[in-house]
Design a binder for this molecule. Structure first.
Ligand SMILES: [Mg+2]
Length: 313
């Protein structure tokens, strides 16, 4: 075998030269043009060379360097089913029967005020950030004093049966089998996120949920959110994770596949001090931006199989 390789090397040098030989040895695989999942008609890749480089870097570094970071609402869960928009984690919580009408009207009022600001591209970033912080803080205030329990949330989840994106269970199973950690990083409601993952049987010790978890007192009364940090679309990045036990555990995993459905999700792994290879994938429907390297665009007609696109990567 070694003799054959030496002979081949000499022949190659003679015909094409040393430089060409080296180029061939380090040549990247052409994933973007050969994986059929990446050449599907609803997959848009802005810079194929760059994406190919990243996938090659991920492959070369191997699974021990990889982590997966997923947004939850409308990334792990579906955006639409038969044209009907699906509930977010807070939306599921709002279906809890013990909630007073005053809570629901306060939430509706906040949503009507702040949602248009969140999606208005003309509002400057600093101003928008301030509005989002106000929104989340006021939302927290509306929760204080309520007594909605985890059991009640679980019952609502069972009733609604929030659908996961097609291919999601297979993706979780395949990734965690390889001991690659999955971080669900959500500005949504932690208790609902956990409940939905458990309902579908995809929460295990390899899956960590970082979200806004309700804090209860000993009588089951909600005191606000845990940890004095409210995750919103503008701080949904490594700054929230730094210093946590999870962060210490995965800090050597310098490469990541990041999947989201909105602008803020693309920054979930952006604050790293070290050089990392990050493949950003957007399941886009409402807000088709150009910041993702790979955009898998969801339409009402093509709402299937998105996580399956990721398996070969
Ligand atoms: Mg989302």
């Amino acid at each position: 075998m070694i003799t054959k390789l030496v002979v081949f090397r000499h022949v190659y040098y003679a015909v094409l030269g040393y430089r060409a030989f080296c180029t061939m040895v380090i040549m990247n695989k052409d994933y973007v043009n050969t994986l059929k999942e990446l050449t599907a008609s609803n997959v848009y890749i802005k810079d194929k060379t760059k994406v190919n480089e990243i996938i090659n870097e991920l492959a070369k570094a191997g699974i021990n360097k990889l982590q997966v970071i997923l947004d939850f609402d409308r990334t792990v869960t579906k955006q639409h089913v038969n044209g009907v928009r699906q509930y977010s984690s807070f939306g599921i919580f709002e279906k809890c029967p013990s909630l007073p009408a005053s809570y629901l009207s306060a939430v509706t009022h906040l949503n009507e005020k702040y949602m248009p600001i969140e999606f208005n591209p003309l509002v400057p970033r600093a101003e928008k950030k301030k509005h989002m912080e106000d929104w989340w803080r006021l939302s927290e205030e509306t929760l204080i004093g309520l007594t909605v329990s985890q059991t009640e949330i679980d019952e609502v989840v069972k009733e609604i049966q929030p659908p996961l994106r097609d291919g999601c269970p297979e993706f979780f199973s395949s990734i965690t089998k390889e001991n690659v950690p999955i971080l669900i990083f959500s500005a949504g409601l932690g208790q609902t996120v956990v409940s939905v993952l458990k309902y579908h049987g995809i929460l295990n010790e390899k899956v960590k949920v970082v979200a806004n978890f309700l804090k209860y007192d000993e009588n089951g009364v909600i005191q606000g959110f845990r940890d004095n940090i409210i995750i919103n679309v503008f701080n949904k990045n490594e700054s929230v994770l730094r210093g946590t036990e999870y962060y210490e555990r995965i800090k050597d995993r310098t490469n990541a596949i990041v999947v989201g459905d909105s602008l803020g999700d693309a920054s979930m792994f952006d604050c790293v001090a070290h050089k990392a290879s990050v493949l950003k994938i957007g399941f886009l429907y409402d807000h088709v931006s150009d910041i993702y390297f790979v955009k898998i665009v969801t339409t009402l007609e093509k709402n299937i199989g998105q996580f399956k696109y990721l398996l070969p990567i």
